[in-house]
Design a protein around this ligand. Structure first.
Ligand code: PMP
Length: 446
């Protein structure tokens, strides 16, 4: 069942042709582009509701793409929609003056995440990471940022390097080069990055021995979500915490994907690590654009005293604040994440069981409602492992067979599947039935 048959997806195909006339690449984010896996064209959406998404051709899917993570409650969650509409009608959206609602939201974020003593709002993960890195450099008076190959921290000049570099360009595994995402990035920005493989404690120790006094921060996702899903090996994040502290560098957790998604307190609460700064976005807004940079009060003091400027016309706008406040209230309901965890575990275990039964060399790797299926026998600990060993062709067949059976997720093997609070046990049953058939087809096609 190859993707793209016009009789099933004709309207998406036609919309894409029109879009390409007026929008470069036909889409407004790289992750939706043909070259990111949406070959020969992306699905165009008619509407979403709860765990379901319907495309313009009228095909309905169980949605595990979930906007690439933000839709923690599924599509159009009533309480958040109501809160936003109510705020617009009752208060307004933008004043270039603070509102009391911002204080309430900051308090809820601080209560949810113990490492966060103060918090600054913006609108996208890109902005919040940019601010975190700038703040770390200002606080330490140092330039170097340790950044791991295969991670993504937004598209700003300072960090849009070495996301998924070709192995021909990436340099030796133990001393990777900083590879720009493309032309147009200032060369000097790469000189201020120290690129390492993730899950390699020895490499991290060596970097601190060599350059410890020049390192301003280690910037990492606590779970590597931008190269499929890779969990930290036991002791690795602990070593990162200890090395940064000993060297006077900051530890920045980019929890844009994991925050307000795997648990109310983010991956840091599950893994038991206290970073100096954290960045949240996606899950925080329940589908509305909002991001937060939070952490140590003494670091954020640089914002308080005006040393580091954090601007933003739309930062802390009423829509973002109303949505995030409503989202946090839903998430804080007793047992909410437990139920999500149970549904997600059944799905992950069920998929692994089917893959094992079929004798396919594939592993489901994840943390709560966030996972990916790796098609390989080899262990995947970091980007180089993924680039060398993950069977991308098998993943494509898996994706096509699932889509054809009404189960949607991103076609990229280095992306993730997400489960929402709206997904039911019945959704899991339907997904596992589809997977059983897809796996049979996969055995025939690969
Ligand atoms: N950091 C991480 C870990 C991300 O996954 C992303 C987006 N996928 C970003 C930062 C950038 O966030 P945004 O798209 O909101 O700018």
């Amino acid at each position: 069942m190859e993707f793209g048959q016009p009789e099933r997806y004709g309207r998406s195909q036609e919309a894409f042709a029109r879009a390409c006339e007026v929008i470069p690449s036909g889409v407004n984010s790289t992750a939706r582009a043909r070259f990111s896996g949406w070959e020969p064209y992306p699905l165009f959406v008619r509407e979403g509701r709860g765990s379901r998404l319907t495309d313009v051709d009228g095909n309905t899917y169980i949605d595990y793409l979930l906007g690439l993570g933000p839709m923690v409650f599924g599509h159009r969650p009533e309480a958040i929609t109501r809160a936003v509409i109510d705020h617009i009608e009752r208060v307004g959206t933008m004043f270039a003056l603070p509102t009391e609602e911002e204080i309430t939201l900051a308090g809820k974020i601080i209560a949810a995440v113990p490492s966060v003593e103060q918090v600054h709002l913006s609108n996208t993960g890109t902005e919040a990471v940019l601010y975190a890195v700038r703040l770390a450099r200002a606080f330490t008076g140092r330039r170097l940022i340790v950044r791991f190959e295969g991670m993504y921290h937004g598209f700003s000049d300072g960090v849009y390097w070495s996301k998924h570099p070709s192995l021909a360009e990436a340099g030796p595994e133990d001393r990777p080069r900083a590879v720009p995402q493309g032309p147009g990035l200032p060369q000097g920005a790469g000189d201020d990055l120290l690129i390492l493989q993730w899950n390699d404690e020895a490499a991290l120790r060596a970097a601190f021995e060599r350059d410890g006094e020049r390192i301003a921060a280690v910037l990492t996702e606590p779970v590597m979500c931008n190269t499929g899903c890779i969990l930290p090996e036991p002791g690795y994040l602990e070593a990162m915490r200890e090395l940064t502290r000993a060297a006077g560098a900051l530890l920045i957790f980019d929890e844009v994907i994991t925050g307000f998604r795997v648990a109310l307190g983010g991956a840091q609460s599950v893994l038991g690590i206290r970073p100096d700064l954290s960045v949240f976005a996606k899950g925080l807004g329940g589908g509305f654009p909002v991001a937060a940079l939070g952490g140590r009060r003494d670091v954020l003091e640089l914002v308080a005293d005006g040393t580091v400027s954090m601007a933003g016309t739309y930062s802390g706008n009423g829509i973002a604040v109303a949505a995030a406040t409503a989202a946090l209230d839903l998430m804080a309901a007793p047992g909410a994440f437990d139920r999500l965890g149970t549904v997600s575990r059944r799905l992950q275990d069920g998929l692994q069981g089917l893959l094992d039964e079929a004798g396919l060399p594939a592993r489901v790797v994840g943390i709560g409602p966030l996972f990916q299926v790796w098609f390989t026998r080899e262990p995947i600990r970091n980007y180089r492992d993924a680039a060398r060993h993950a069977d991308m062709a098998a993943f494509r067949v898996w994706w096509e067979e699932m889509l054809g059976r009404g189960v949607l997720f991103h076609p990229g093997p280095l992306e993730n599947l997400f489960v929402s609070f709206a997904h039911t046990e019945e959704d899991v049953d339907l997904t596992l039935s589809a997977a059983a058939e897809a796996i049979q087809a996969l055995r025939v096609r690969t």
